[in-house]
Design a protein around this ligand. Structure first.
Ligand code: 13P
Ligand code: SF4
Length: 339
């Protein structure tokens, strides 16, 4: 059993009880209308899930959408920390996560007890925490950041202010290089972005010398050193759209290629290679847990649903609100609304 999740009631519809001839897309559309639900999806979701979502975005875009929606139900097609943020920001809505097990290796790498000790050992440091963490770790933090606003937020902190950054050490090290800060880093990593191979990337680039490389800052430094652009998922999409190059090597979860191909249909996108030839290790195993069947079941059962105790929600809300106050608003034209 996962914390903060209300599971389907006994007797609820299950995958084995689903009629195999059911048109899932039509069924999801019907249930969405019946429950006045909005479907939010991250760029790492399967193409068919992105296509039926009302809005697709990066972590920051999705937080803003979740906070602003007047739908009664938010079906969050992403991972648990994202659905928790939606519930923290908009607690009167029912927030559904198609698969309660959809976690994140960064969240797992930073248990709240150990993070509390880390904080207590550095009482003069501001705790800047990546949104990929549990509600408990957020509640112990001063400011939450995402990969799209972290640099801007750091630059707003006084130069002599010591900072500790958790849980992604690659993103933290990248931000240190970018801003000239010396943030203390928690040793967490993303299992997906860690597996790209520098050697194979250099080989691929040699075969495509005109290709531009776009990488997510969760990648290790050895990969980022080769990148022409480093940024959040939405920033990578803007880069491939705006750059005149015809071929791009993409060092992040390959679900993002779906939106890239839609925005720039005449360009070629090559997934960055992993350490093991032919493996699909760049696919986030947590994001991949969400399927069309589970979306349908979540809407039919109104579960799994996120529920966060009020005191914890209030404590986690403060550093998230600080983030929103310190982040510039996205350009509206760059946000894609569908459905
Ligand atoms: P973005 O905020 O860039 O969408 O990243 C989320 C994430 O989990 C990357 O692995
Ligand atoms: Fe977490 Fe990595 Fe998956 Fe993003 S890609 S949700 S950081 S495990």
């Amino acid at each position: 059993m996962i914390d903060h999740i209300v599971y389907p009631a006994p007797g609820a519809l299950t995958e084995t009880g689903l009629d195999p001839t059911l048109d899932l897309e039509a069924g999801i559309a019907r249930l969405r209308r019946e429950h006045n639900a909005v479907i939010l999806a991250h760029y790492y979701q399967d193409a068919e899930i992105q296509d039926l979502a009302d809005f697709v975005g990066d972590s920051l875009d999705l937080s803003r959408r979740a906070a602003a929606t007047d739908a009664d139900v938010i079906l969050f097609c992403g991972v648990r920390f994202m659905a928790e943020v939606a519930k923290i920001l908009n607690p009167t809505r029912t927030v559904l996560l198609p698969d309660a097990e959809a976690g994140c290796s960064l969240e797992t790498s930073c248990p709240p007890g150990a993070f509390r000790e880390f904080r207590e050992a550095h009482p003069n440091h501001v705790a800047l925490t990546y949104i990929n963490c549990s509600a408990e770790v957020k509640a112990l933090s001063d400011i939450i950041v995402t990969s799209s606003n972290a640099e801007t937020i750091i630059r707003q902190l006084p130069q002599d202010q010591p900072i500790l950054f958790a849980p992604d050490r690659h993103l933290g090290a990248y931000l240190n290089r970018k801003t000239g800060r010396d943030m203390l880093l928690w040793p967490g990593t993303c299992i997906v972005h860690e597996q790209f191979s520098e050697r194979e990337l250099v080989r691929l680039k040699a075969h495509h010398p005109d290709a531009r490389i776009a990488a997510h800052p969760e990648c290790p430094e050895a990969i980022l050193n080769h990148a022409d652009h480093v940024g959040s998922t939405s920033s990578l999409i803007r880069f491939v759209e705006d750059e005149p190059a015809k071929t791009f090597i993409i060092a992040t979860e390959p679900g993002i290629l779906h939106e890239m191909k839609k925005r720039a249909p005449h360009k070629e996108f090559l997934p960055a290679p992993g350490m093991d030839e032919g493996c699909s290790c760049a696919i986030c195993p947590f994001m991949a847990l969400n399927t069309m069947e589970k979306l349908y079941l979540a809407l039919a059962n109104l579960a799994p649903a996120v529920e966060i105790p009020e005191a914890l929600r209030q404590a986690a809300l403060q550093p998230i609100e600080r983030m929103l106050e310190m982040s510039p608003l996205p350009e509206p034209a760059k946000l894609r609304a569908t459905g």
